[in-house]
Design a protein around this ligand. Structure first.
Ligand SMILES: [Zn+2]
Ligand SMILES: [Zn+2]
Length: 154
């Protein structure tokens, strides 16, 4: 399982290999030491049961989507279609734009889910079965505030 731990001090994303289960990492941006406590399930890529960074047990799922890739496909599609539009080939223009949107949806649909910690936003990617529920705004509000108070950010 691969983690992207979020530094509590500066929010930098720090890649961690859960199989190594390091007991601490140092933030490359601000130099803060971050203690990590891995459960067996996390280091064996069996389940995300407890967050190694904040020890929280509440997670949600989201699509592992890089918005920039989707945007690039739409922009390329739009510029090609405006070229055809310029020459009065409206139908061609619309079908290219539609095609770009379809490619975008196909890319989106094939992406795997990743698990995110509600409290500290650490991300988990691996082969483990996905059990977390979808994002819930109310839960996020409550847990983020609790965590930020605990690490002294509020
Ligand atoms: Zn940092
Ligand atoms: Zn966490």
């Amino acid at each position: 399982m691969q983690l992207v731990a979020k530094c509590p001090a500066c929010d930098a994303g720090l890649p961690v290999n859960a199989a190594d289960a390091p007991s601490a990492i140092r933030c490359g941006r601000c130099g803060r030491d971050i203690a990590l406590t891995f459960t067996e399930a996390v280091s064996d890529d069996r389940a995300v049961d407890r967050c190694p960074v904040c020890q929280g047990g509440d997670f949600y799922m989201r699509k592992d989507f890089a918005p920039k890739v989707g945007l690039a496909i739409i922009i390329i599609g739009a510029s090609i279609s405006s070229f055809f539009y310029w020459f009065g080939r409206d139908l061609m223009a619309y079908s290219i734009l539609g095609g770009a949107t379809l490619v975008d949806l196909a890319v989106y649909g094939r992406l795997k889910d990743l698990t995110v910690c509600y409290r500290c936003h650490t991300e988990f990617r691996g082969e483990y079965p996905r059990t977390a529920a979808a994002f819930d705004l109310h839960t996020a509000d409550v847990l983020e505030q609790e965590y930020e108070r605990r690490i002294g950010r509020r």
